[in-house]
Ligand binder design. Structure first.
Ligand code: 5GP
Length: 120
């Protein structure tokens, strides 16, 4: 049976351009767009166009290693494009304790201000 985390998410509608988003990078495999509720001056989400079971990082399998690397590499490209030359923060929230709210894996790219550590 399908669990809530297996159901389509809002990100499918963003990928299919059924709801608008501000896309900052796109290729055949990944999409990067601005977070609707930015937590920093630059807050971008990088997602695979095909979820392929990757609801979250905790569901990663060997077949996902290429797309996982591509998500991180895209984060680097977008950070450069955004002019985050002094540094930035990459986040992947996983599951309830990680404050994940959308079950389609995504990398957060945050920057444009001093990021804090530990994040809390
Ligand atoms: P999570 O909490 O799962 O790590 O991150 C999900 C992110 O998706 C949140 O930062 C939230 O603001 C963002 N988000 C949720 N719905 C939408 C939407 O419809 N459009 C955009 N651009 N971002 C969204």
């Amino acid at each position: 049976a399908a669990t809530p985390s297996d159901s389509p998410t809002i990100f499918d509608k963003i990928i299919n351009k059924e709801i608008p988003s501000t896309v900052v990078y796109e290729d055949d495999k990944v999409l990067a767009f601005r977070d609707i509720s930015p937590q920093a001056p630059t807050h971008i989400l990088i997602i695979p166009k095909s979820r392929d079971g990757l609801t979250g990082l905790s569901k990663a399998e060997e077949r996902h290693t290429e797309i996982l690397g591509r998500l991180l590499y895209t984060a680097k490209l977008v950070a450069k494009q955004e002019g985050l030359d002094d540094g930035y923060r990459i986040v992947i929230n996983d599951g309830p304790s990680g404050c994940q709210s959308v079950y389609h894996i995504h990398v957060h790219l945050l920057g444009g201000r001093q990021m804090n550590w530990p994040p809390g």
